[in-house]
Design a protein around this ligand. Structure first.
Ligand SMILES: [Fe+2]
Length: 249
C-alpha cells in the first residue's frame, strides 16, 4: 500500500515537474521573442532618427557625411579608451545624432553665409537642447540624450548649454566634442577655408586638458592618423561643393 502511494506521488511529481519545466521553457522562448522585438523596435527608432538627421545634412553638401564621420570616430575613440561595448554603442549612436536638434533652427541662421550675430548665436546654441528633447521619449537612449545635450560643453566651463566643467561633462560628450571640432575645422566654410589636417591636430593638442578632454584627444589623434594611413577613404574629407551655399553649423 505504502509503495503504491509512493509510486503514485512520484508519477504526479514527475508529471508536475515536466509541466513546470515545459512552461518555463516556453516562458524563456517568449522572453527571447520579446527581447528580439524590443531590439527591432530600437533599431527602427534609431533608423528613423538617423533619417531625420540625414534629411538635414542632405540639404547641404558642406556638412554631408558629418554625422557619420563624428559617429564613427566617436565609436573608435570610445573603444580605444576601453569603455564597455554598451557604452561604445551608445556613444557611437549619440555621435551620429549629436546635431539632430539643428532641425529646429531656422535656416536663415543655419545657412547664414558668414559669422553669426549675438542674437543668432543665442538661437544656434539651442540645438543641443532641442536634440536632447527630440530623443527624450526613448528611455533606452537616455544616456545618449545626455551626450547630445552636452556635446558643446567645454572642460574649462566655457561651453553650453550648462557650462559644465571637466568630468561633469559625460564622457560620451567629451569624445563627440573632439571628433566634432576636428570635422568642423577640416571643413570649408564660405568665410573660412578648410584648415590642413596638421594644423587642426596641433590645435587639438593645444586644447587638450583645457577645453577638450586630454585622453579623448590623444585617442582621437591616434585613431585619425591610423585611419588616414590605412584606409583610402576613411578620415578623408568629402568633396566640397562649389555652389557657394552656406553651411549648416
Ligand atoms: Fe553641435
Amino acid at each position: 500500500m505504502a509503495a503504491r502511494i509512493d509510486g503514485g506521488s512520484g508519477d504526479e511529481l514527475t508529471g508536475a515537474y515536466r509541466r513546470l519545466n515545459a512552461a518555463y521553457q516556453q516562458t524563456l522562448r517568449y522572453a527571447e521573442d520579446v527581447r528580439r522585438l524590443y531590439q527591432q523596435v530600437q533599431r527602427a527608432i534609431y533608423q528613423s532618427l538617423l533619417g531625420l538627421a540625414n534629411a538635414l545634412e542632405a540639404k547641404d553638401a558642406y556638412t554631408k557625411g558629418h554625422s557619420e564621420r563624428v559617429g564613427a570616430w566617436s565609436r573608435g575613440v570610445a573603444a580605444a579608451l576601453g569603455l564597455s561595448p554598451a557604452d561604445i554603442d551608445m556613444i557611437g549612436r549619440a555621435g551620429l545624432l549629436h546635431d539632430i536638434g539643428k532641425i529646429g533652427i531656422p535656416e536663415a541662421v543655419l545657412r547664414k553665409p558668414g559669422p553669426l550675430e549675438n542674437e543668432e548665436w543665442m538661437v544656434m546654441r539651442n540645438h543641443p537642447l532641442i536634440g536632447a528633447q527630440i530623443v527624450a521619449p526613448f528611455d533606452f537612449f537616455a544616456a545618449g540624450a545626455l551626450m547630445i545635450r552636452h556635446h558643446h560643453e567645454r572642460g574649462d566651463g566655457s561651453g553650453y548649454p550648462d557650462g559644465l566643467v571637466g568630468d561633469e561633462i559625460p564622457i560620451g560628450s567629451r569624445i563627440i566634442a573632439v571628433a566634432d571640432v576636428y570635422d568642423a575645422l577640416t571643413s570649408s566654410r564660405p568665410y573660412r577655408a578648410a584648415l590642413p589636417h596638421a594644423t587642426v591636430i596641433a590645435r587639438l593638442g593645444e586644447a587638450a586638458g583645457r577645453t577638450l578632454d586630454e585622453d579623448a584627444v590623444v585617442a582621437f589623434v591616434d585613431l585619425i592618423q591610423t585611419l588616414s594611413t590605412t584606409g583610402p577613404d576613411v578620415g578623408a574629407r568629402p568633396v566640397q561643393s562649389a555652389t557657394g551655399r552656406p553651411p549648416l553649423r
